[in-house]
Design a protein. Structure first.
Lengths: 316, 517
């Protein structure tokens, strides 16, 4: 269940101005046991006052502080001990503290992931494991795209492929992953737009994106504490022009650093609390967001009898 | 087993990615594949239509063309042949693009320039705002800030100049009656539909020359882009076999000469003073208070001076300044009145919990920052309908000129009204009204969108009568969108539509008497 530490970061990435869609998916080296279903609610609060207009950092008195509150339900199911399915359903509400722009809210995008661990073996003093994660997301509602930075999302279907490597010695671990995200066209409510030229259509081609994630810290069956570095890069797109509004196909890049803690409350390991935060240290066409989140997860065991015998010690 | 699973997963991801990439097809713009212009009526008598600014086509002198049996002319035919012999894919695309119509393509280019420059300047450190300078267009803030009044005027000048230039061209086409190159040399390939119209001077080059010259005034910082488009356009006509070089050169010179007359008019039409001065801005406020009313104030932070508050004094195309004043409607409901309170409450109720359908209408018609503005939106609506009508270039120009003169004159009456009454926006009277689009930085009464749309629907309904009720419905929706967006009261919208319709009526009067109907 420790993997949920990073599922929650799905929603965190979403809060970056203009939203960088689902920047992260499942990014840790943890698997559910067979027939265990872990589920829980998550709350995330993110806000920014400054943002990058292209590479120029500025504020905007007509927005003040833009905040995003996300309520999500996330879960994971162990198809086998080496093959897990994960989902995330976020409800998002945005608001600007100043100016006249209306807040936006609604269910955003359903994310699904299939995570597989084909390699797990002793290597030197520790355990090495390799994971592949395939993801897809699809908008759940017909929310407004063209109202950045207050839109709740970019309304683009995505597919992602990730390779993740993990190494653990005793209770100390490091994890690194690289992801490629393919993004489908998105549609506006208007019939023409200008990015770097005029387009007489409501359809917008969305540049693909990459994501790199590194995390390291302490990991035991009772407690996880980790530091996280995440780098989201839009592979294409254009800069917000001077004093313009953001646009869905802007070149949105963000590097965040953060920390997460998970604590298992109950002796039988089925209830745990997760919390954390992160802040944006570099960006382009995004808000300099700081986010905090908290979550409660509960494991429902559908096996007749618990047979948790993970050799690596990375149970639940 | 593991390897197998791994392979399956890789296969699924690759297949899924392939599907999404396949679906992520190239986006095709609505007019990218517009058919080549093949007018049902070439309007061969358009040389007798009434120009807007010229007294007569003979105001412009066009030299007698060389005969088609001279060595010089034959050399020009050979220029076409060698260009066609080495034609590239890129050139074929260029020919196809321009064949859809010169007025259409230059209108699209103008809309693009408007959208590019429709950005309000960022404030100075002291909270004032810089004003773009035509003398230094590339320095920030770039010139122009092509907001709706500026854009309306730009569309009108370019369209009206192109119309006058084409009327002149038609006059000389008939007078000189020089055949098209493919009539002179039957072996010549033609890549566009053939026409019975004499080809000297080239109507395409007339439109291009007019646009280039007008845009020197209106978008002085974009000459490199404009000249590149112009060169493509001229070359496309030669490669297509539609014009020889001397057709093009005469047409371009004619277009430029007509544009210079419009440029002279533009320099004296008072729009250059539309931005006002701090003294004028203060007076608008005190005059409003002297009438016992609550004046508008900017809802931007820091407060921005009103957008082109003196634009209402610009010289209109369709009527004189006294008529413009007479079109100013009666005052809005007093700010303290029950009616204004009720209208404000109505807007609050509309924006409190907006439906997705209404938000889509707001967005569809918003035409705000970085767009071609409401006049540009109406130009796009008109252009796409005109494509289907198979108009000749000169009729395209005439109809676009009627539409855009209506839109500019609607802007003049609307801006006069706004800055005379200086009425607050709904959010000023009730700050709980949050808007679904950017709040425009000028007074509320009357709605610009409604005035523009009322005028556009009136003249377009005259030009294409079978679409009249559709245009009216669009105008009504555009008008409503401003209430749904939380930025206008019902009075602003209803009166705006009526005033717009009156302005459009002047364009209809002109249309009935310009000799084209």
């Amino acid at each position: 269940m420790k993997y949920l530490l990073s599922i929650v970061s799905i929603a965190i990435a979403v809060t970056i101005l203009p939203l960088t869609s689902k920047a992260q998916t499942d990014m840790d080296a943890i698997m559910m046991e067979k027939r265990q279903f872990c589920v829980g609610p998550m709350y995330n609060h993110s806000s920014w006052k400054n943002y990058w207009e292209g590479t120029l950092k500025r504020d905007n008195q007509n927005l003040g502080t833009v905040s995003t509150n996300t309520f999500a339900v996330m879960g994971a199911y162990g198809i086998t001990g080496k093959l897990n399915a994960l989902f995330n359903v976020p409800y998002i509400k945005t608001k600007a503290s100043d100016g006249t722009l209306h807040s936006m809210q609604g269910f955003q995008d359903l994310s699904l992931f299939i995570k597989w661990m084909p390699v797990e073996q002793m290597l030197g003093p520790g355990t090495f494991s390799l994971y592949t994660i395939g993801g897809a997301s699809i908008p759940l509602t017909n929310y407004v795209v063209d109202f950045l930075p207050l839109s709740i999302g970019l309304h683009s279907k995505t597919l992602s492929a990730r390779l993740l490597l993990d190494y653990q010695v005793n209770n100390i671990f490091v994890t690194g992953s690289a992801t490629y995200v393919v993004r489908d066209n998105t549609k506006l409510d208007r019939t023409s737009y200008y990015d770097t030229q005029s387009h007489l259509t409501n359809e917008v081609s969305m540049p693909d994106a990459s994501n790199f994630n590194f995390r390291a810290g302490y990991r035991s069956s009772k407690l996880i504490a980790e530091a996280v570095l995440n780098k989201w890069t839009t592979l294409g797109g254009f800069d917000i022009t001077r004093n313009n509004m953001p646009f869905p196909s802007n070149k949105m890049n963000a590097t965040t650093i953060g920390a997460n803690v998970k604590y298992v409350v109950t002796a039988n390991h089925n209830l745990s609390l997760v919390g954390g935060g992160n802040t944006t240290v570099a960006g382009r066409n995004v808000g300099q967001a700081t986010a905090f989140y908290g979550s409660v997860f509960y494991i429902l065991d559908f096996t007749r009898k618990t047979t948790s015998t993970d050799k690596s010690g990375k149970t639940n | 087993m593991n390897k197998k699973l791994f392979l399956y997963q890789v296969c699924i991801v690759v297949a899924a990615a392939a599907i999404i990439i396949a679906c992520n097809k190239d986006i095709v713009g609505r007019t990218d594949n517009a058919p080549a212009l093949a007018p049902t009526n070439i309007d061969s008598n358009a040389g007798s239509w009434k120009p807007v600014l010229l007294a007569a086509p003979t105001d412009i002198v066009v030299a007698t063309p060389i005969a088609t049996n001279t060595p010089d002319y034959i050399a020009q035919i050979n220029e076409i042949k060698s260009a066609q012999a080495n034609i590239t894919q890129e050139e074929k695309k260029m020919v196809k693009y321009w064949s859809a119509g010169a007025i259409l393509r230059w209108n699209e280019i103008l809309r693009e320039l408007v959208a590019k420059h429709n950005l309000p300047p960022y404030q100075n450190p002291d909270g004032t705002y810089p004003i773009p300078s035509a003398a230094n267009p590339l320095a920030y803030p770039q010139f122009p800030f092509s907001n709706p009044p500026y854009a309306a005027r730009a569309y009108a000048y370019v369209s009206a100049a192109q119309y006058d230039a084409l009327v002149t061209a038609w006059y000389y086409k008939k007078q000189f009656n020089r055949a098209a190159p493919y009539k002179v040399d039957a072996t010549l390939q033609v890549l566009v539909p053939k026409s019975e119209l004499p080809s000297y001077p080239s109507e395409d080059a007339v439109v291009e020359g007019t646009a280039v010259e007008m845009l020197k005034l209106l978008f002085p910082g974009d000459q490199d882009y404009i000249q590149q488009k112009a060169a493509e356009h001229r070359r496309a006509r030669i490669i297509a076999g539609a014009n020889v070089r001397s057709d093009i050169e005469a047409g371009e010179a004619l277009g430029k000469a007509v544009a210079q007359k419009f440029t002279a008019r533009a320099r004296g039409d008072r729009a250059g003073a539309a931005v006002g001065t701090p003294t004028i801005w203060a007076k608008l406020e005190t005059d409003c208070m002297a009438r016992g009313e609550t004046p508008w104030y900017s809802l931007e932070i820091p407060k921005r001076p009103p957008m082109l508050p003196v634009f209402g004094k610009t010289k209109a195309f369709l009527f004189d300044s006294l008529t413009a004043l007479s079109l100013r409607p009666a005052p809005p409901p007093a700010v303290g009145s029950k009616q204004m309170k009720d209208e404000t409450e109505e807007i609050y109720q509309m924006v409190k919990n907006p439906t997705r359908e209404r938000t889509a209408i707001v967005q569809f018609w918003a035409d705000g920052v970085a767009t071609s503005t409401p006049p540009g939106h109406w130009d796009a609506i008109a252009a796409e309908d005109f494509i289907a009508k198979g108009f000749s270039e000169v009729r395209w120009a005439r109809n676009m000129a009627l539409l855009n003169m209506s839109l500019m004159d609607a802007a003049i009456v609307c801006w006069d009204t706004k800055n005379y009454y200086y009425n607050p926006r709904p959010t000023q009277l009730n700050p709980a009204i949050k808007t679904l689009t950017g709040i425009p930085n000028f007074p509320s009464y009357i709605s610009g969108h409604s005035t523009f749309s009322g005028a556009a629907a009136a003249i377009l309904g005259h030009i294409i009568p079978e679409r009249a009720s559709a245009y009216e419905a669009m105008a009504q929706e555009a008008s409503n969108s401003r209430m749904y967006g939380g930025i206008h009261y019902r009075s602003d919208c209803a009166v705006g539509l009526t005033v717009g319709k009156s302005v459009g009526g002047y364009a209809i009067q002109r249309a009935l008497t310009d000799g084209a109907e």
